[in-house]
Design a protein around this ligand. Structure first.
Ligand SMILES: C[S@@+](CC[C@H](N)C(=O)[O-])C[C@H]1O[C@@H](n2cnc3c(N)ncnc32)[C@H](O)[C@@H]1O
Length: 366
């Protein structure tokens, strides 16, 4: 096979380098934009990037958790921001995209991890796009308190596998609690959503607080509210705050907290249907805050088009879904004020982004 040399042009959604070969996209894993690689007959790095670093984790490359440990932290964030801007290019003017906010911690930032157990009792994370378990003794992006419990998880896994009923699949979820203790849960019981990077979460709350201070809404509808991670710090006295969430356990936690702290009204239900019902019952809102799962909030868009909340704050964990939703909102006459990326997940390609939109009053839809 003829040797082929390529220049890496960018990273794809999975953090893998992309090059063009004869007009076709080619994926070069663990490469960095700007690097020169030989891709045939075998991949080989010819000219490394000055931003290439030695990945500190011995499992990097096999474990599916991290994709970017071979790239310096500054460059990781620059590439993620570039990906965000490229994804939103047809919907948002580049000057509306603010410089990204880095994660305060680049390592040991996660307060929740899920460990899987393989057929021989090996405990670790899934390999990339696979159910094969890569056994680990330590995870460098997990809080040290979680790492300290991995041995105990291995013991529990052995016990479970030696029991009379072998479970078809076995997972342990480790969560660092507010009081510093670690909760270990076995199995896939449905839990309330948790933002796993507490320091980056504080930055997100600061960004939203600044937006609310400027917009001064009196009645806020929050959709996809979880158990109130954003609601409670943002619902200041004088603001009527209504939170909607479909997970009963999360709403129960939120209601319990509201009984103690006040400040937030709760509705259990699907975001789109519940929002429409609230409007039908005469509720009105100056602002909608939404923080949907990865797939975005397509179902809610007809409600916004019809009911036209004057301002929308959209928190997204998946730029491609965000782009789809913004396209609809912009077409319906909303204008994007700004986009703010916050890095919740260093060493991985995931990126959180906040967008402020306002109803410009001109509905350009046909
Ligand atoms: C990305 S999380 C955000 C949670 C919360 N804002 C936080 O910061 O913890 C998305 C939340 O939306 C909830 N959810 C998913 N689909 C929903 C739907 N159709 N209607 C209402 N809530 C939904 C999930 O249970 C989850 O709590």
């Amino acid at each position: 096979m003829k040797p082929k040399t390529v220049l890496i042009a960018g990273l794809d959604e999975g953090g893998r380098g992309v090059a063009l070969i004869d007009g076709e996209k080619a994926i070069v894993p663990f490469s960095i934009p700007g690097e020169t690689w030989r891709v045939a007959p075998q991949a080989a790095l010819l000219e490394p990037s000055p931003d290439r670093v030695a990945p500190p984790c011995p499992y990097f490359g096999r474990c599916g958790g991290c994709q970017l440990q071979h790239i310096s932290e500054g460059r990781q964030l620059a590439e993620k921001q570039r990906w965000l801007a490229a994804t939103l290019a047809r919907v948002v003017f580049p000057e509306k995209i603010r410089p990204p906010i880095p994660s305060p911690k680049h390592w040991h930032y996660r307060r929740r991890i899920q460990l899987h157990v393989g057929p021989k009792g090996e405990v670790g994370f899934y390999a990339h796009r696979s159910r094969e378990v890569v056994p680990i003794d330590e995870c460098r992006i997990a809080d040290p308190a979680l790492n300290a419990k991995i041995l105990e998880v291995k013991r529990r896994a052995q016990t479970a596998l030696q029991g009379p009923k072998k479970p078809a699949s076995l997972t342990f979820e480790l969560t660092l609690q507010e009081d510093g203790s670690v909760e270990i849960r076995q199995g896939g019981e449905e839990r309330s959503f948790l933002q796993v990077n507490p320091e980056a979460n504080r930055r997100l709350i600061e960004v939203l607080q600044a937006a609310l201070t400027a917009l001064r809404p009196r009645r806020v509808l929050e959709l996809f509210a979880g158990s109130g991670n954003l609601s409670f710090p943002l619902a200041v006295p004088g603001v009527d705050w209504l939170a909607v969430e479909s997970n009963p356990r999360a709403v129960e936690e939120g209601r319990r907290r509201s009984e103690q702290e006040g400040g937030v009204r709760w509705r259990l239900g699907q975001a789109a249907k519940t929002a429409e019902r609230l409007y039908q019952s005469g509720e009105r809102f100056d602002l909608v805050l939404l923080d949907p799962p990865r797939g975005g909030a397509e179902d809610c868009l007809p409600v916004f088009r019809k009911r036209r909340p004057p301002a929308i704050l959209y928190v997204s964990c998946h730029p491609p879904a965000l782009k789809q939703d913004l396209q609809v909102l912009v077409k319906a006459g909303y204008a994007v004020d700004w986009v703010q990326a916050i890095d919740f997940f260093p060493q991985t390609m995931n990126l959180e982004a906040v967008v402020q939109l306002r109803d410009s009053g001109s509905d350009s839809k046909p």
